[in-house]
Design a protein around this ligand. Structure first.
Ligand code: BTN
Length: 245
């Protein structure tokens, strides 16, 4: 579904889902008037510059497994950007895609439940493609494919590539109900790998070295005592000690 302008493609997918839209429905908009980021943030989505899209999935999975789909989406975007542009895009766990420590893509996953079963999963993806300017307060944190290369890209081609890469990861994930088919590729592209991280645990923040993800999508972090701990996405947020937020 293509729309010139919409409040948020995630909201539109949720409205379509309520009217029984099928698994696989994709909504892409030229512009979002109230694009949403994670943690209630605003996602700036001006016309003609980025790829702002969301898709509907109706997987038969326990809700606890949904974070794996978001990891598959982050990996799909990262692989597509690398293949299409040759840029060294990497993943900041769990699912930001970054280039040289600056964010180029964010993903917002929302889930609707029927009792304890998944009714729908909405994955919203924002990719800064041809943005020529980044607001001054975000200049050290965000970038676009154009700002990295000086080239303008065909957004339709990139969208097609992202969906293709995602679908491959998703099918493997659903078939095996595990991230085993993706872990190796994901860890190769993980910017946090072997990097110092600060775990913002609400009870007690702590520091360690990120080692990679396991087959449940948890981040393995070696703490200062040398013990390997697992960190679940959503429970805590991870910051690079010396780099981006
Ligand atoms: C984040 O990193 O905070 C997540 C950003 C997600 C932005 C995308 S743009 C398309 C979709 N519609 C929205 O309103 N948000 C997501």
């Amino acid at each position: 579904v293509f729309l010139q302008s919409v409040d948020s493609t995630n909201q539109e997918v949720k409205r379509l889902a309520a009217q029984d839209a099928p698994h696989g429905t994709v909504v892409v908009a030229e512009q979002q008037l109230t694009g949403k980021g994670r943690l209630g943030r605003v996602w700036s989505s001006p016309p003609g510059t980025g790829i702002w899209f969301s898709f509907l999935l109706r997987p038969q999975l326990p809700p606890s497994k949904v974070s794996g789909i978001t990891l598959a989406a982050g990996l799909g975007v990262c692989m597509a950007i690398r293949q299409y542009t040759g840029l060294n895009a990497l993943i900041k766990w769990p699912n930001d895609v970054i280039i040289g420590n600056k964010k180029v893509c964010g993903i917002l996953t929302e889930m609707g439940l029927n009792g304890t079963k998944i009714r729908e999963v909405v994955i919203g993806v924002g990719i800064n493609v041809n943005l020529k300017e980044i607001p001054s307060e975000l200049q050290d944190k965000a970038t676009s494919l154009y700002l990295e290369t000086g080239k303008t890209y065909d957004r339709i081609q990139i969208l097609a590539q992202v969906l293709e890469c995602f679908e491959e990861n998703y099918e493997t994930f659903i078939r095996t109900c595990s991230l085993s088919g993706m872990v190796e590729e994901y860890n190769k592209l993980l910017a946090n790998r072997n990097q110092p991280v600060r775990i913002l645990d609400p009870n007690q923040p702590w520091e360690g070295t990120a080692l990679g993800i396991n087959e449940q999508g948890e981040l393995l972090v070696k703490d200062e005592q040398g013990t390997i701990q697992t960190v679940r996405a959503g429970e805590v947020s991870v910051r690079g000690l010396y780099s981006y937020v």
